[in-house]
Ligand binder design. Structure first.
Ligand SMILES: O=C(O)CCC(=O)C(=O)O
Ligand SMILES: [Fe+2]
Length: 272
């Protein structure tokens, strides 16, 4: 369980790592079909499948080969706080290099290592459904920048051929792979170069105590997930001292209990 020694070394050193082909070909096909419909023909889907992580994509919420990593690098109690899908055609991009140098977001979401354990405040997982080959334009990273002590220097911020930092790295992977990175590493989603689209699902996981993204998943999607998957969207709190002994907001407590996964505030926020 957990990261292999090589994965731990690699993730700590560079700020990212890939677990290749963790999904079966059938899982990949079903999720790609769902994203195709979400982007191009949403009415062909039931409402609870019209946004991720509903429908076939829900297999990704608690995939054992992903949770395994997150428990080690975030902690035993985690939340999934944002999910989205991408259908990136040739010529399209996410954008330039951003983040890094410990300055991206508040230190509570930062990256640190203490007593031999990684504590990553927030971890992004990108499920690469169409795979990435050399030169395609997968996500790029300035390796080590999640631990840099000085601001990102402009000499290292170009994605232009010939002007790229020697620290800029990327990866290749087969379809159905999971890319993990700390949100604190400087990264970019460059122009996609392949004729077939880059199809991905992006998840942001964080510690149970925090919530960076405002939740924007439609209530119908969350309400139709099984309880074990809804548990990843439970409220961000650790302990309730009104009870004796104190109640802890564990996953098991949520699954056994009857807390609603969608509260009135969230309904109002998403306008329902
Ligand atoms: O599209 C990409 O490759 C990068 C996306 C990104 O910047 C992010 O997930 O934070
Ligand atoms: Fe980003």
């Amino acid at each position: 369980m957990g990261l292999t020694e090589e994965e731990r070394f690699r993730f700590d050193l560079t700020g990212f790592m890939v677990r290749p082909a963790i999904l079966s070909a059938d899982e990949v096909a079903a999720i790609v079909d769902q994203i195709d419909r979400i982007k191009h023909n949403p009415e062909s889907l039931p409402p609870e499948h019209r946004a991720v992580p509903g429908g076939p994509a829900s297999v990704l919420i608690d995939h054992p080969k992903v949770i395994d990593v997150l428990h080690e690098i975030i902690g035993p109690e985690i939340r999934l706080e944002a999910a989205g899908c991408v259908w990136r055609k040739k010529g399209q991009s996410h954008g330039e290099l951003h983040g890094g140098a410990r300055g991206q977001i508040d230190p509570i979401f930062g990256y640190r290592v203490q007593n031999g354990r990684i504590h990553a405040g927030m971890v992004r997982v990108i499920f690469e459904l169409s795979g990435v080959n050399k030169g395609d334009g997968g996500t790029h990273f300035i390796v080590g920048s999640h631990k840099a002590n000085f601001p990102m220097h402009k000499a290292h911020l170009s994605l232009k051929e010939g002007k790229r930092s020697p620290f800029l790295m990327t990866y290749e992977c087969p379809p159905g792979s999971a890319l993990f990175f700390t949100e604190n590493v400087c990264h970019a989603g460059p122009v996609w170069q392949r004729d077939t689209p880059r199809v991905t699902i992006l998840h942001a996981y964080s510690h149970l105590a925090t919530h960076w993204h405002r939740l924007n998943i439609p209530p119908v999607v969350l309400e139709n997930l099984p309880r074990e998957k809804q548990a990843y969207f439970r409220q961000p709190w650790i302990a309730d001292f009104k009870t004796r002994p104190a109640t802890h907001n564990t996953m098991a407590r949520f699954i056994e209990g009857d807390d609603p996964v969608v509260d009135t505030t969230h309904r109002l926020e998403v306008g329902i």
